[in-house]
Write a protein that binds this ligand. Structure first.
Ligand code: ASN
Ligand code: ZN
Ligand code: CA
Length: 331
């Protein structure tokens, strides 16, 4: 059934629900198989697929549209809808049917932990957990790119299975940032538009950015021999920067009202081919060529193989991928 959702981040939207025998509706998505549950503040480590309670509602109108809402269904509206956007992005872009490409939906928990300003994917419960934010500046962690990021960890795990440490860990994180933001571009919501910022609904208005990752104070713009020693959320900067340069190109520009200025590490000028093509190349690289131990040099090879398959060796796309890797010092 088509419910009405008053969301926190994307205005008033439709949520796909299921009529219950007897009366009322539940946050079970009949098209994609996702289920959204209230964790009742259980901590992430304590959750299994059946924890908490399934969301139900008498009139199929959900939430009150407020951040830090006292209505526990509000965050559930965003979680349920943004899980659907992620599913649809993978289905309609790559013909991937769910995280494992087996048509099965995931379980999504909202209100995990107490003032837990984070979210995570777990393969063991095939579930995603979202916290309520810090309760002060960051509301519930259920916005589009966050949900896309976490569920992409499940996709990576089911495909290349990039080991979550060293350079492969940075590539794992970059993959989640890349497809998380592509879900945002795909949803094309006027309130939360596509950008090259990750977690752009937090305060300050991004946690990581793609054009110059080092602006967060910790992430790497350029590959170096030591990059694999950084936290995976910072060595990801090299991959995010590559994605930005290949998509938009180097230098300054404004996209959807956000100003970016992307330097290259080798003084070159890079011309972008658009994020849809780069995402297509990255998805093929991830699902066909990368393995658990792929490092940045291997990612260059994998994405060039993918670009060759998709566009040919002499294509503009192949050349842009190569130029963008060279521009982040991955030769
Ligand atoms: N939100 C974080 C991430 O997806 C959680 C974590 O570090 N496991 O990377
Ligand atoms: Zn992550
Ligand atoms: Ca974003």
């Amino acid at each position: 059934a088509a419910g009405t959702g008053h969301s926190e981040y994307t205005g008033d939207i439709t949520v796909d629900t299921t009529a219950q025998s007897g009366s009322g509706y539940a946050l079970i998505d009949p098209l994609r198989g996702h289920t959204t549950r209230d964790a009742h503040n259980a901590s992430a480590g304590a959750i299994n697929a059946n924890s908490g309670t399934l969301y139900t509602d008498a009139d199929n109108v959900w939430g009150d549209g407020k951040k830090f809402s006292t209505d526990r269904a509000t965050a559930a509206v965003d979680a349920h809808a943004n899980t659907a956007w992620t599913y649809d992005y993978y289905k309609n872009t790559f013909n991937r049917s769910g995280i494992k490409n087996d048509g099965k939906g995931a379980t999504v928990f909202v209100h995990v932990g107490t003032k837990w300003d984070n979210a995570q994917w777990s393969d063991s419960c095939f579930c995603m957990m979202t916290g309520d934010g810090d309760g002060v500046t960051d509301p519930e962690q259920v916005d589009l790119d966050t949900m896309g990021h976490e569920m992409t960890h499940g996709v990576t795990s089911a495909t290349a299975n990039l080991r979550y440490s060293g350079e492969s860990g940075g590539l794992n994180e970059a993959t989640s940032d890349i497809f998380g933001t592509m879900v945002e571009w795909y949803a094309n919501n006027p309130v939360d538009t596509g950008d090259y910022l990750f977690s752009d609904q937090s305060t300050p208005p991004w946690l990581r950015r793609f054009d110059k990752p080092s602006l967060d104070g910790s992430s790497a713009d350029c590959w170096s021999r030591k990059v694999g020693q950084l936290d995976v959320h910072n060595s990801s900067g090299v991959g995010n920067h590559w994605f930005y340069l290949a998509s938009e190109g180097s230098g300054a520009r404004t996209v959807n009202g956000v100003a970016y200025n992307s330097p290259t590490c080798n003084g070159s000028t890079v011309t972008g081919i658009g994020n849809q093509k780069v995402a297509k190349i990255w998805y093929r690289a991830l699902t066909v060529y990368m393995t658990s131990t792929t490092d940045y040099k291997g990612a260059r090879t994998a994405s060039l193989n993918a670009a060759k398959d998709l566009y040919g060796l002499n294509s503009t796309e192949y050349k842009a991928v190569a130029a963008a890797w060279s521009a982040v010092s991955v030769a």
